[in-house]
Design a protein around this ligand. Structure first.
Ligand code: 15L
Length: 270
C-alpha cells in the first residue's frame, strides 16, 4: 500500500488515526467535509463531500487502499443519514471501483446488530438487526461491500466497531470497547493481509463480558492488546451515575435501541 486514503479525518476516530497511522504507509491522504481543526502542516488533506460523486472521484485517484470512516457517526434524521451514509457510501465504493482501488476497510458499527439481547453471543453469521437509521446505513455499507467484492473483485474488510476510547466508559462499553491500537491492528489486517476477500470483523478488544464471537478476526491473526476488564472499576462507577433504562440495558445497542422505541417487543429473548 503506497497511498492510502482515509475519509472522516476530522471525526473522533479519524483524529486519533491521523496520529496512529503516521509513518505506517508511505502516503496518507486525509479527507473530510470539514477541515480538521488540528491539521498538521505535514498532513495531506483534500476536502470532499461524500454525497457529491465528482468530489469523491477526486479523492480516490491514485490510491490503493481506503479506510472509510466518513459519514454521520451517530443516529440522525433520515435526510442526514441518507446523504452522508447511504449516498456517500455508495459514491465511495463506486468511485473506488472506477479508479481501480484494491482494498477498502469500511467502518461499520455494532449498531448494525444492536437489537440482539445482551445474553446472546453473536458471530458474523447472525443476520443484521439494526437499532437505528444509522445502524441501517451501516448494514447497507456491509451489503455494498459484499456486492463490490463479489461482483467487481474489490477486497473489503468491514469492521463492526464497538466503542473506540482510551478506556471503556460504562458497563456496556466493557463488552464492546476497542482500544485505539487494536483498531489500527484491524485496519492493517484489512489493508495488508493477502487472504482478505470480503470479511466482517468485530471491532472489539479483549473482554470478559464480550457479546461477539470474533473468531473471523482471530483467523486473520488479530490479537487484541487491550483488555476491558482492567478498567472495570472505573466503568462500573460511571455506570452508577447513568439513569436506569430497561430497554437500553437489555439490548447490545444500548440507548440506540431505547431511543424512539415503541415496538412493544420489550426484552425480546432471542
Ligand atoms: C457508534 O457506532 C458510534 O459511532 C459511536 O459514537 C458510539 O455511539 C458507538 O457506536 C457506541 O455504540 O458506543
Amino acid at each position: 500500500m503506497q497511498t492510502v486514503l482515509v475519509t472522516g479525518a476530522a471525526g473522533g476516530i479519524g483524529s486519533r488515526l491521523r496520529k496512529l497511522l503516521k509513518g505506517v504507509y508511505p502516503n496518507l491522504r486525509w479527507s473530510d467535509v470539514k477541515v480538521p481543526d488540528d491539521l498538521a502542516p505535514d498532513e495531506t488533506f483534500v476536502k470532499a463531500d461524500l454525497a457529491v460523486m465528482s468530489e469523491v472521484e477526486t479523492i480516490v485517484q491514485g490510491v490503493q487502499g481506503i479506510v472509510h470512516l466518513g459519514g454521520f457517526s451517530v443516529e440522525g434524521p433520515w435526510d442526514t443519514i441518507l446523504n452522508a451514509n447511504i449516498v456517500g457510501c455508495y459514491n465511495l465504493f463506486e468511485a473506488a471501483r472506477r479508479a481501480k482501488v484494491e482494498r477498502i476497510v469500511f467502518a461499520s458499527s455494532n449498531h448494525a446488530v444492536g437489537f440482539y439481547p445482551r445474553h446472546r453471543t453473536i458471530g458474523i453469521d447472525a443476520p443484521v438487526r439494526p437499532d437505528s437509521r444509522y445502524g441501517v446505513s451501516k448494514a447497507f455499507g456491509e451489503a455494498l461491500a459484499q456486492f463490490y467484492a463479489y461482483k467487481h473483485g474489490l477486497r473489503v474488510a468491514c469492521l463492526r466497531i464497538g466503542n473506540v476510547a482510551d478506556a471503556p466508559v460504562d458497563k456496556r462499553r466493557l463488552s464492546i470497547w476497542l482500544a485505539p491500537a487494536d483498531l489500527v491492528q484491524l485496519i492493517r489486517i484489512g489493508l495488508e493481509h493477502p487472504d482478505i476477500r470480503c470479511e466482517i470483523f468485530y471491532g472489539a478488544s479483549g473482554s470478559a463480558r464480550a457479546w461477539w464471537d470474533n473468531s473471523s478476526a482471530f483467523r486473520f491473526g488479530y490479537r487484541p492488546s487491550g483488555y476491558a476488564e482492567n478498567h472495570a472499576a472505573a466503568a462500573l462507577a460511571a455506570e452508577a451515575k447513568i439513569p436506569p433504562d430497561s430497554i437500553a440495558e437489555w439490548y447490545q445497542g444500548g440507548t440506540y435501541c431505547s431511543d424512539e422505541f415503541d415496538g412493544g417487543m420489550e426484552r425480546s429473548q432471542n
